[in-house]
Design a protein around this ligand. Structure first.
Ligand code: NAD
Length: 378
């Protein structure tokens, strides 16, 4: 059985699906592994590193695809790759099944078995495969680093002979995985941090990182589902949050927004008026850009200036930290592969409580019911 890693072709992508240390571990499972030449270069891993780990390296992309049993990717492969794979092949990666289900039609048509890392259930047994958390961790960290490098002031409180420099004030909206990492990073740099989330459980985590948790009276409204995720709020409840945010935005130097509701458009947390109320020289980094953004003025992958306030919405910050992002992702996909491989052969058990829910297509059928209903409803 042959596992393959191709060079990622999306613009700005620097990650690679498997790093050499994961290759070495996978090879002990009695499989072969082919890597497209230069696939790891942007993540600081050379073809020789892959050869040393035991992989075959080839520059013949078409030949690799034709011989692949399991293709491991970071981003969804282009339609021509789906079409060129054997129908018995398996594809594993961030396939965006809920945001762009139509783009998986070519995989369905080709009869492929596809698994989306976004659909791996967040249960204890699958923690080592939780690639969303891995990437959110990197994005939350990098957002603060970008903000710190962009604002015209320093983060820490400094007492010098020339006077006292006050600490930067950072407001984090959405205290999930990315938000908590942003809080921790901003605190390490010495900022004073406030955070807001609709899930009450986030309050304790925010406070344990030394930040202040902003609370809104949502009148006992249900804000999270059984899985611990936020649910879509009513317009009235959202507005209460926006009013509180607009008030605290006035004193913030940095605002990092990370609020998402799985499978839905990101909630709108800052309207124009809230940005207009911010100080000159402040910055907003909207990490929800790929699902529509938390800030009305933000534009995905663009920098917007508004009366001295900068608004950024980078959609792929993990790709700007390719070594560690690839390392974490590589371990996540390797852990998932271990569920699919037994004695060097593919052994796919859709009754498994991690494998089944992660499967998008198999033998020309939609397996995941959420994706199926998105397609059938369209
Ligand atoms: P996410 O990316 O879907 O959302 C980010 C944050 O936005 C969440 O904290 C959410 O509550 C918040 N949010 C949504 N709507 C909002 C609104 N209107 N206003 C303010 N905030 C809003 O979530 P995530 O970061 O991937 O994870 C969310 C939760 O899942 C976390 O509590 C985390 O602990 C939990 N989780 C559990 C596991 C596990 O058990 N294996 C793994 C990862 C995450």
């Amino acid at each position: 059985m042959n596992i393959a890693v191709l060079r990622e072709t999306s613009a700005g992508e620097a990650r690679v699906a498997l790093m050499p240390d994961s290759v070495k571990k996978l090879l002990s499972a009695n499989v072969s592994l082919t890597v497209e030449s230069e696939a790891g270069l942007a993540a600081a891993r050379s073809d020789d590193d892959y050869r040393a780990a035991g992989a075959e390296v080839s520059a013949d992309r078409n030949a690799i695809i034709a011989a692949t049993d399991v293709l491991v990717t970071v981003n969804r492969p282009p339609a021509d790759v789906f079409a060129a794979l054997k129908s018995s092949a398996v594809v594993l990666g961030f396939l965006r099944p809920l945001d762009e289900p139509a783009a998986l039609e070519p995989a369905l048509a080709a009869g492929l078995t596809t698994f989306a890392m976004e659909l791996v259930p967040r249960i204890t047994r699958a923690q080592s495969m939780d690639a969303l958390s891995s990437m959110a961790t990197v994005a939350g960290y990098k957002a603060v680093v970008v903000a710190a490098a962009s604002i015209p002031r320093m983060f820490p409180l400094l007492m010098t002979a020339a006077g006292t420099v006050p600490p930067a004030r950072v407001l984090v909206l959405g205290a999930g995985v990315a938000g908590l990492q942003a809080i921790a990073t901003a605190r390490r740099l010495g900022a004073v941090v406030e955070a807001y989330d609709v899930r009450a459980a986030a309050g304790e985590q925010v406070r344990s990182l030394g930040a202040t948790f902003l609370e809104v009276d949502l009148g006992g409204l249900k804000t999270e589902d059984a899985g611990g995720y936020a649910v879509e709020l009513s317009e009235e409840a959202l507005q209460r949050g926006r009013d509180l945010i607009a008030e605290h935005a006035k004193t913030a130097d940095v605002i990092i927004t990370t609020a998402q509701v799985p499978g839905r458009r990101a909630p709108l947390l800052m309207e124009e008026a809230a940005v207009n109320g911010m100080k000159r020289g402040s910055i907003v980094i909207d990490l929800a850009g790929s699902t529509g953004g938390n800030v009305t003025l933000s534009k995905a992958d663009e920098v917007v200036e508004r009366d001295g306030v900068t608004i950024m919405a980078p959609t792929n910050l993990p790709a700007t930290v390719p070594v560690h992002a690839s390392q974490l992702y590589s371990r996540n996909v390797s852990a998932f592969l271990n569920l699919l491989i037994k004695d060097g052969e593919l052994n796919i058990d859709l009754n498994d409580d991690v494998v089944g829910p992660s499967c998008v297509t198999q033998a020309g059928k939609w397996v995941n019911q959420r994706v199926a209903s998105l397609r059938n409803g369209s």
